[in-house]
Design a protein around this ligand. Structure first.
Ligand code: ADP
Ligand code: MG
Length: 249
């Protein structure tokens, strides 16, 4: 039996400014299991990032509950890589540890090990501007992993990349997450990306986001995201989810 590690129940969110109220989330409920890879898909502006912001406690919910085992920590990888251009790759990876006051010798070594394992060690003293977009995304992921979170929240991690790089980096990111034994919740508006990477897909309606359907993705000969695109069930999932997003919004 897989262990349930996060429960989201009847989560709603309204944003307020001086004159308006924007309802972003309407009664969102789903569970997350250990080491599961979940994708959240939905139309632009429906409330996807809001879910991650609430889970990471950057935003307050209006109602509902989010409960997780209190020992579990969450790491949030924002939509653009947001690396600091004046810091080296290594120093960028240490930011989370600095902020959380965990800059121990051990943790610094862990970062160096991650950089080595994922092909970035030789770039550790370089600055972000000298790296490709894909490499910068890997650095951003390593920076998030540095604090050893149990659950990773990824907000459209590949959206700033060209198609070719997206495919390559989705394989990289997937492998890193699986190797490190993490649970992941990834927001994307790319249906193919979601099917190729995840165990379950949560499809949201347009704003205010409600859960439209939850799909369990079962692919024959499931392997890496690039190869998963060739599985025979892929196009059926694609068409079904496409219709979900297209017709009912
Ligand atoms: P998505 O990630 O699906 O594109 P978001 O969660 O970013 O959507 O936003 C959902 C809705 O809430 C949008 O209409 C957006 O303009 C609005 N919104 C997001 N953040 C704020 C905020 N801080 N203040 C007011 N409105 C916001
Ligand atoms: Mg967003």
């Amino acid at each position: 039996m897989k262990r349930k590690i996060l429960t989201i129940k009847n989560l709603s969110k309204r944003y307020h400014d001086k004159t308006d109220e924007i309802k972003a989330l309407d009664n969102i409920s789903f569970d997350v299991y250990e080491k599961e890879f979940i994708a959240i898909v939905g139309p632009s502006g429906c409330g996807k990032s809001t879910i991650l912001s609430i889970l990471s406690e950057l935003e307050k919910k209006s109602s509902g509950t989010t409960s997780k085992n209190k020992d579990l920590t969450i790491g949030y990888m924002l939509q653009n890589d947001s690396l600091f251009f004046w810091r080296t790759i290594y120093d960028n990876c240490l930011i989370g540890l600095e902020i959380t006051d965990k800059l121990t010798k051990e943790n610094k070594q862990y970062v160096l090990d991650l950089l080595k394992t994922y092909g970035l060690y030789e770039f550790k003293d370089k600055y972000p501007s000298s790296l490709s977009g894909g490499m910068r995304q890997r650095v951003a992921l390593i920076r998030t992993l540095a604090i050893k979170p149990d659950i990773l929240l990824l907000d459209e991690p590949m959206s700033a990349l060209d198609y070719q790089s997206r495919l390559a980096i989705s394989d990289d990111i997937y492998k890193i997450i699986k190797n490190e034994g993490k649970t992941a919740i990834m927001v994307t508006h790319d249906i193919a990306e979601a099917i190729s990477m995840s165990d379950r897909i949560i499809v949201l309606t347009k704003r205010p986001a409600r859960v439209k359907t939850i799909y369990e993705i079962n692919l024959t000969n499931k392997s890496t995201p690039i190869n998963n695109r060739k599985c025979k069930e892929f196009s059926t999932y694609y068409d079904t989810i496409w219709r979900d997003l297209d017709v009912h919004i």
